[in-house]
Design a protein around this ligand. Sequence first.
Ligand SMILES: Cc1ncc(COP(=O)(O)O)c(C=O)c1O
Length: 376
Amino acid sequence: MNLFDVYPLFDLTLVKGNGSEVFNEKGDKYLDFYGGHAVISIGHNHPHWVERLQYQMNEGISFFSNSVKLPIQNELAEKLGKTSGYDDYSLFLVNSGAEANENAIKIASFHTGRKTIISFSGAFHGRTSAAVAATDNKKIKALVNPDDHVIFLPLNDKKALDKTFAENEVACVIIEPIQGVNGIYEATPEFLQQISQRCKEYGALFIADEVQCGYGRSGKFFAHQWAGVLPDMITTAKGMGNGFPIGSVLIAPHIQAWYGMLGTTFGGAPLACAAALAVLEVIEKDNLISYTEKIGNYLIEEIQQLPGVKEVRGKGLMIGIEMQYPIKELRNQMMSKFNILTGNSSNPNTIRLLPALNITQKQAEEVLDAFKALCQ
Ligand SMILES: Cc1ncc(COP(=O)(O)O)c(C=O)c1O
């Protein structure tokens, strides 16, 4: 059987990972500045992550459905609440970013009895039905994914936001505090504050999609925390499990659950919880959030000075480098000449850097040297 051919692949075969280094089948080493698409938060095969998973398999339970008590789920909820500053929220565990957003949007609709969603130009929220409807990309919507209940507004347009609230019964606003797939564009603090305020005034729910920008990546645990707002729901995935599939919805205390409202077979599986606990423990022990801000600022300042760079966007280790020209060749050369992996975005001129939060100063310098050599 062949794989269903939906992914255009780089000519690169990876067989091993260690920290921010990955290796091909010949043993050649590559520096991963893409974090496997913002997923690798504490480094490939981090020893504590491996140990936590092995312990769960050797001494604990690997899987049971959500019909029994699984204390490791409560342990994760407690740790995530404390680390993120959302102690009083509840946690619904899922398997991916799309599933997290799908459930958050459903919760908003159940809670408000409404269906209109406000989303933004360039938004990416996933490929399942409610999530893809709120995604600004017609190409990935099938006929079974209607989006006539979604209103797309320009990012950071306060007037359009006010007008839309005044004219519609809005169920929720879903926003990436820092847009990822679109090429790293930030929602301004004032815009996030306005969303929060309007949602309260009109009885709608504010969903922060932190699937890519959350989990310490921006230099705060959640990127919306730079704006001092409290969303009604926060969705997570990617960096949460460091490669073990897990996602979640953090849900404000005023939103009521009822039996049967949501459900999933695999969500909250003990192995996934063990991986997620390992990530939080390493983030805390190694002080990775403040380190991310520091090393991210260093990279941003240095990259801004390179020839050919039009703009550097982002925060912490979520960095978009917009060049004055398409980046395809530059990215290929980063890989073929310097063995450095970077990401692209839907903006053809923008490279994305989304490395593990514990990249070393030496690795950062190695990437800067490669950029310096190529951006002449
Ligand atoms: C902001 C954001 N939301 C949701 C998703 C979807 O996550 P997943 O691919 O895990 O379904 C992504 C994936 O890139 C994302 O960047």
